[in-house]
Write a protein that binds this ligand. Structure first.
Ligand code: NAD
Length: 362
């Protein structure tokens, strides 16, 4: 840590861009893109990630190597490690924390509930404790999720809608995270911004997500399972391209302001904000598959089955008026355009040979 972040300043902040950011989950999909964007602007960044094995660890290592080539150090550690966090805050006076570390995925929770409690509840509290004790206290921007809207069928979802019907343990931990961060905002004056991401996709994405796993199966001629809702209604998602999400995260950091803290002068209550970050343009899963087929130039073998009751919701659609108004958030990438970029990255990253239908890198 010292080597990359001394003297009391993370690499990059000497360029005077202002922010000094601790990014948790930095080797994750969204984390990697956010770190690169912050670095590009000249902000100071240090990452932390526990490199858990929820999905292919080699992809996380490749992301870490990419970040390293841009001069960003990712500490290998767990956000539950309070001593490590205290040391980090002691070495670097972070102005902001972008908290993206979490156990993601809705279906995995059926077999691994403890992992959600570990990262999304206990880990969050451990991080908030470190933020509250830090001097200066950083402003926190963190990833909640559209899943908090659960089985709510009033669409598009807006921030004021009810969030009391989570459909999965994952959703429940994100909802709990909103309550927990709100409590730290009240009691300790921490500045908190929660971002409800809607199905994020793009290069360096998550192999557990449908668009990613479909791509591999389609290329390998293996069947894909497409869920359909009851009454034969297709599932639809408000797929949101990673660059749009990154812009929303950076705008949130820029407008988060510093918390007033317990020690410093108070300038009124610290902000507590929640925003939807979506694309506000839902697309059905069969349409997603047909766009992939076109770019991959292979027909998918579809196995259409009724959605099991394991945490998925039938439909998501973001109302983004609040983010548009307060963050200047404006998604610009259509699913067509975003998937084109994803497929280009995928074929190159895995070294796909169209002639032999083989991958150079597994
Ligand atoms: P990801 O799994 O790629 O990234 C999360 C990273 O956090 C991983 O690299 C993981 O190793 C790390 N991590 C997990 N637990 C940790 C712990 N206890 N200590 C340290 N590191 C830990 O997921 P992502 O898609 O990049 O998601 C980023 C955030 O956005 C998550 O909070 C996720 O719940 C949220 N989110 C994502 C989406 C999406 O569609 N990708 C949608 C809604 C919300």
């Amino acid at each position: 840590i010292r080597a990359s972040a001394s003297p009391r300043r993370p690499p990059g902040s000497a360029e005077g861009a202002g922010l000094s950011v601790l990014v948790t989950g930095a080797a994750g999909f969204v984390g990697t893109h956010c770190v690169l964007a912050l670095r590009k602007r000249g902000d100071g960044v240090v990452g932390i990630d526990n490199f858990n094995s929820y999905y292919d660890p080699s992809l996380k290592k490749a992301r870490r190597a990419l970040l390293g080539s841009h001069g960003v150090f990712v500490v290998e550690g767990d956000i539950n490690d309070g001593r490590l966090l205290a040391k980090l805050f002691d070495v670097v006076p972070f102005t902001h924390v972008l908290h993206l570390a979490a156990q993601a995925g809705v279906r995995y929770a059926m077999e691994n509930p403890a992992s959600y409690v570990h990262s999304n509840i206990a880990g969050l509290v451990s991080l908030l404790e470190a933020c509250k004790d830090a001097d200066p206290q950083p402003a926190i921007v963190w990833a909640s999720s559209s899943s908090v809207y659960g089985l709510n069928d009033r669409v598009p979802f807006s921030e004021a809608h009810r969030t009391d019907q989570p459909a999965s343990l994952y959703a429940a931990t994100k909802k709990a995270g909103e309550e927990i961060t709100h409590t730290y905002n009240h009691i300790y004056g921490l500045s908190v911004t929660g971002l409800r991401f809607f199905t994020v996709y793009g290069p360096w994405g998550r192999p557990d997500m449908a668009y990613f796993s479909f791509t591999r199966n389609i290329l390998q001629g293996k069947p894909i399972t497409v869920y359909r809702g009851r009454d034969h209604v297709d599932l639809a998602r408000d797929f949101t391209y990673i660059d749009d999400i990154v812009r929303g995260c950076l705008a949130s950091l820029d407008t988060a302001g510093r918390s007033t803290g317990t020690g410093g002068k108070k300038h009124g209550p610290a902000p507590y904000r929640i925003f939807n970050l979506g694309n506000t343009s839902p697309v059905t899963v069969p349409t997603l598959v047909s766009i992939l087929e076109r770019y991959l130039r292979v027909k998918a073998k579809k196995n259409v089955v009724e959605m099991p009751g394991n945490g998925d919701v039938p439909y998501t659609h973001a109302n983004i008026s609040l983010a548009r108004e307060q963050l200047g958030y404006k998604p610009t990438t259509s699913l067509e355009m975003g998937l084109k970029k994803f497929v280009r990255w995928y074929l190159s990253y895995y070294g796909y040979n169209r002639g032999t239908h083989t991958f150079r890198n597994s």
